[in-house]
Design a protein around this ligand. Structure first.
Ligand SMILES: Cc1cc2nc3c(=O)[nH]c(=O)nc-3n(C[C@H](O)[C@H](O)[C@H](O)COP(=O)(O)OP(=O)(O)OC[C@H]3O[C@@H](n4cnc5c(N)ncnc54)[C@H](O)[C@@H]3O)c2cc1C
Length: 455
């Protein structure tokens, strides 16, 4: 008797593109959205080719060796692991992640020139959670055109705070709630839909070995063409033609996963042009500018992570994560975004950014930092294949705009990517959810990639 083979089998919608043996999907972009869709289709028996501009896969997840330290220069955290397809994939592939147990040892207030103790942290924690709890009321009072800066002012004006505490409270709201999470300037992030996304449970976790462990596992077995910059996409009832670096690719469908910043810049020519509904939506959305400066030292000369509140609470190099335990080498990663990031991106050199971070650390720790052995400076904002960190909604934009970016154009042109995921935009799990969504749209009813059977 033949042994009974229990193999997961993709369920395909009869008559769908996935059901047609001639289907060939060209996926533009080998970030998490593109790889997710490609892998889901590939495992379902659909022919897929991934076309990627860079010489590497992963897009805005980018684990690089900064000397001996493997550091995530793009996404670093899984924001919640329950109901998160990234965690489900990692679990099913034996990839691990660890809770973020960052120890914040130093809170430095530049205006008073003092390192503050528990009292300072308490003021900030209270301001942050008080602001978040007041959001529903603030939205109602301030109306649809308000920004998060309007809401912050309205909220802080009602608190009875000393000058110092107001500065700390503003830093907590501006940095923790807005610029380091939504990445856009506090004066430009809209209030109406701010903080609306459902929270995934399980806390922030950091993948062991960095995001590349997940990216590499996801890309296994796929046909990926690197260093092909797509400049033209033509589509009609017969199929799609893509021009990338002088090479032409023909397929039956194209799935565009390039970032919203790239779509907004118009560096890909679509024929026929993108619909007005999509271009209007793209013009209402905006993209933030979270960036990192990584410093790797010979020795761990500091003690724990550092929060820096600059003189005007304007977000100058606000957070320095001590990631030494994760990377296995003495590593500090400075995160900055929002208005300060916009201000310095075009004008400060890498050397100036590194010097700025070192100065901040010197003030905060009261020690002269040694010269770092290895450094890395990100430039997602000007990177032509990212043009920003991730999407945010300015006043006037709504989640419907995100859906409009996600909508297919005709029968053969589809869209995915973090900026197309209505509920979770801005995250890796949004990118993955969008890739799964488009695999379903092409007719894969049940996905058989381990970990995603229930997605
Ligand atoms: C600094 C930073 C920190 C972040 N931190 C976190 C975090 O901790 N947790 C989290 O969940 N999310 C975080 N994010 C967001 C997260 O990285 C993104 O949401 C996610 O990686 C986006 O995936 P994607 O597939 O939609 O886009 P991408 O990863 O950008 O993939 C799109 C791909 O398209 C390619 N491409 C672009 N133009 C072309 C072209 N013309 N031709 C061919 N290919 C092209 C790009 O090179 C890229 O590979 C962070 C982002 C940044 C920048």
């Amino acid at each position: 008797m033949l042994p009974l083979l229990l193999m997961a089998c993709a369920e395909i919608e009869p008559g769908s593109p996935a059901d047609d043996p001639n289907t060939h999907v060209l996926v533009i972009g080998a970030g998490m959205a593109g790889l997710t869709a490609a892998r889901s289709l590939h495992e379902a028996g659909v022919r897929v080719t991934v076309i990627e501009a860079r010489d590497r896969i992963g897009g805005r997840t980018a684990t690089f060796d900064v000397g001996p330290a493997a550091v995530d220069l793009g996404a670093a955290w899984l924001h919640g692991v329950r109901g998160n397809p990234v965690a489900d994939f990692a679990d099913a592939h034996g990839l691990t992640y660890v809770p973020d147990e960052t120890r914040w040892s130093t809170l430095y207030d530049e205006a008073s020139g003092q390192a503050l103790g528990d009292g300072g942290w308490e003021v900030m924690d209270e301001a942050y959670s008080g602001f978040v709890s007041a959001l529903e009321d603030l939205k109602e009072r301030l109306g649809p055109e308000a920004t998060t800066a309007d809401a912050r002012d309205a909220y802080l004006n009602e608190q009875d705070l000393s000058e110092r505490d107001r500065r700390l409270a503003q830093h907590a709201v501006d940095q923790w709630a807005v610029e380091l999470s939504y990445a856009g300037p506090v004066e430009e992030v809209g209030l109406a839909y701010f903080w609306d996304e459902p929270e995934l449970r399980g806390g922030d976790q950091l993948p062991t070995g960095g995001y590349r462990t997940i990216v590499d596992a996801l890309a296994e077995g796929l046909d990926i063409r690197l260093e092909r910059v797509v400049t033209e996409v033509q589509h009609d009832a017969d199929g799609v033609t893509i021009v990338a670096g002088g090479e032409t690719f023909e397929g039956t469908h194209a799935l565009v996963t390039v970032p919203v910043g790239v779509l907004r810049a118009g560096s890909i020519q679509f024929d026929p042009p993108l619909s007005e509904a999509k271009t209007d939506a793209l013009s209402r959305l905006d993209v933030g500018n979270l960036e990192k400066v990584v410093l790797v030292f010979e020795e761990r000369w500091w003690d724990g992570s550092v929060e820096f509140v600059d003189r005007d609470a304007s977000g100058v190099f606000p957070e320095h994560y001590d990631l030494s335990d994760l990377t296995g080498a003495p590593t500090l990663v400075c995160l900055y975004g929002g208005g300060f990031s916009r201000e310095v991106q075009g004008t400060w050199t890498d050397e100036e950014l590194i010097a700025g971070v070192l100065e901040t650390l010197a003030a905060a720790t009261g020690k002269t930092p040694p010269t770092p052995s290895y450094t890395a400076v990100t430039r997602w904002t000007s990177d032509p294949f990212a043009l920003g960190s991730y999407v945010f909604l300015p006043p006037g934009a709504t989640p419907d705009d995100i859906e409009a970016v996600a909508a297919p154009e005709g029968d053969r042109l589809l869209f995915a990517g973090e900026g197309t995921e209505r509920d979770y935009y801005g995250n890796v799990h949004a990118a993955v959810m969008s890739g799964l969504r488009e695999a379903h749209r092409l007719g894969v009813n049940k996905i058989v990639v381990p970990g995603w059977e229930r997605w």
